[in-house]
Design a protein around this ligand. Structure first.
Ligand code: F6P
Length: 341
């Protein structure tokens, strides 16, 4: 069998480990042949491929980014669609696709599978907001990077007796903020799932200061203070029509400074959280998912993705992962909030 691999959507540490897991197991155990589509669905629609022999994946598990490149191309736009993709696959002799991506990628993969294409999925997002899998690879790395950065913000904050605000990724959910905030001992963790007023945040900050601490606030980029408009709409769209995210911490800083009288600084960690070397946990998870995705192809489990259930890799239908965002549950926030202030 000849199998095509693509990585689509925002990149994420661990993508290369998935590709390596797919190729090594697929060649060694099943004797398959592999090609990579360049830049996600763009490569699939345009038939733009590279060969993926064993030598191409040598040593790449520890490499950040994706050797295949990625894009946010929608395979149903730009002269795409199932017929074009099917014709490309037939011309290139490709029997099946392994699509590695987040919700948008998996939704497209589902539509294409419904149209008769042979596709299996591997879930990916640093935000950890995909349903039907306990964790996504990339999340652990993002938390590690954010925690290290917040630890550094704490020492400079303490030296200057300042309040420090660290803004982390999390458009819809606050998983990175919750974990990095707990790990670094934040005095407040602000996430999109939980309402918090400016008065309440100022109270947490003052309470930390009154105990002789330099207040540390961790905020997810999608957080909106209670009673305020969604900040994303105020920041508009980039030239490609995508929302410009990030910046809530810069809105919070002057407001908190005015309310508390404590000098306050904001730091947006941004894409640093998505770059560089994946943690060992993410490499192992990504490798296992890649190997299981090859098994899915061999078993003809079209329209399914591999997922982490406890410590086991299982197979679930695309439907299970789509439609519902995995939010931080109330009890997880409540246990972190015991430590606020
Ligand atoms: O979905 C992952 C994510 O990293 C979000 O947390 C973040 O808001 C977004 O992607 C950034 O997207 P882009 O790289 O297109 O700016």
């Amino acid at each position: 069998m000849k199998i095509g691999i693509l990585t689509s959507g925002g990149d994420c540490p661990g993508l290369n480990a998935v590709i390596r897991g797919v190729v090594l197991k697929g060649i060694a155990v099943h004797g398959h042949e592999f090609v990579g589509f360049l830049d996600g669905w763009r490569g699939v629609v345009e038939g733009d491929i590279i060969e993926l022999p064993r030598t191409m994946v040598r040593g790449i598990a520890k490499q950040g980014g994706t050797i295949l490149g990625t894009s946010r191309t929608n395979p149903f736009e730009n002269n795409g669609g199932p017929e074009v993709i099917k014709a490309n696959m037939d011309r290139l002799g490709i029997d099946a696709l392994i699509a590695i991506g987040g919700e948008g990628t998996l939704a497209a993969a589902k539509r294409l599978t419904d149209a008769g294409l042979k596709i299996v999925g591997v879930p990916k997002t640093v935000d950890n907001d995909l349903d039907a899998t306990d964790y996504t690879f990339g999340f652990d790395t993002a938390v590690e990077i954010a925690t290290e950065a917040i630890d550094r913000l704490r020492t400079t904050g303490e030296s200057h007796h300042r309040c420090m605000i660290a803004e982390v990724m999390g458009r819809h959910v606050g998983w990175i903020a919750l974990h990095a905030g707990m790990a670094s001992g934040a005095h407040a963790i602000l996430i999109p799932e939980q309402k918090a007023s400016m008065e309440q945040i100022a109270e947490w900050v003052l309470s930390a200061r009154d105990r002789g601490r330099a207040p540390l606030v961790v905020v997810a980029e999608g957080f909106v203070p209670e009673g305020q408009e969604t900040p994303h709409s105020e920041r508009g769209l980039d030239t490609f029509g995508r929302p410009r995210l990030g910046g809530i911490s810069e809105m919070l800083a002057p407001d908190l400074e005015a309310r508390t009288g404590i000098e306050t600084r904001a730091t947006v960690l941004g894409h640093i959280q998505r770059g560089g070397v994946p943690t060992a946990f993410d490499r192992v998870l990504a490798t296992r998912l890649g190997m299981a995705a090859v098994d899915s192809v061999v078993e003809g489990r079209w329209g399914t993705m591999v997922s982490l259930n406890g410590t086991d890799i299982v197979h679930v239908g695309f439907d299970a992962a789509l439609g519902n965002i995995k939010a931080v549950p109330q009890h997880r926030y409540d246990e972190a909030a015991v430590l606020f202030g």
